[in-house]
Design a binder for this molecule. Structure first.
Ligand SMILES: [Cu+2]
Length: 136
């Protein structure tokens, strides 16, 4: 049992150290109701970090959608959070008003990916962006 716990703890420790190792660092500021900037370009397969600053007055998210997903309105999103995370979201983080968080992820294959804020009413109000992934 002790051995199993030690093994489980390793990925979390690695995760905590990962922030400084990204090859490409991005920034975004969220507010009502936009991302600034609203487009980013990164190399495929690289470790990416994005510093998300919520300059607004309500909770916002930076949600990178999966390859091939491109919603036109919130009506295209599934009913449940489970379905959203399984079938739509590549990576996401939410940031309280006034806070800053750094999200790290591995860039997917080359392509154009939709970025949204999935808080209810925010996408339809204009919180949309584009992540362009280019062959490294
Ligand atoms: Cu939002």
């Amino acid at each position: 049992m002790i051995t199993a716990l030690a093994v489980l703890a390793l990925p979390m420790a690695a995760c905590d150290d990962g922030g400084g190792e990204a090859s490409t660092s991005l920034e975004v500021s969220t507010s009502e109701f936009q991302f600034s900037p609203n487009s980013w370009t990164v190399p495929a397969g690289e470790d990416i970090s994005i510093e998300i600053t919520n300059a607004g007055t309500v909770l916002h998210e930076w949600v990178l959608m999966q390859p091939g997903v491109n919603i036109e309105s919130e009506a295209d999103l599934p009913e449940t959070e489970e379905e959203l995370l399984a079938d739509f979201v590549y990576v996401e983080d939410e940031v309280e008003a006034g806070d800053t968080k750094t999200l790290t992820f591995t860039a997917p294959e080359a392509g154009t990916y939709q970025v949204i804020c999935a808080i209810e009413t925010h996408f339809d109000a204009g919180m949309e962006g584009t992540l362009t992934v280019e062959d490294a």
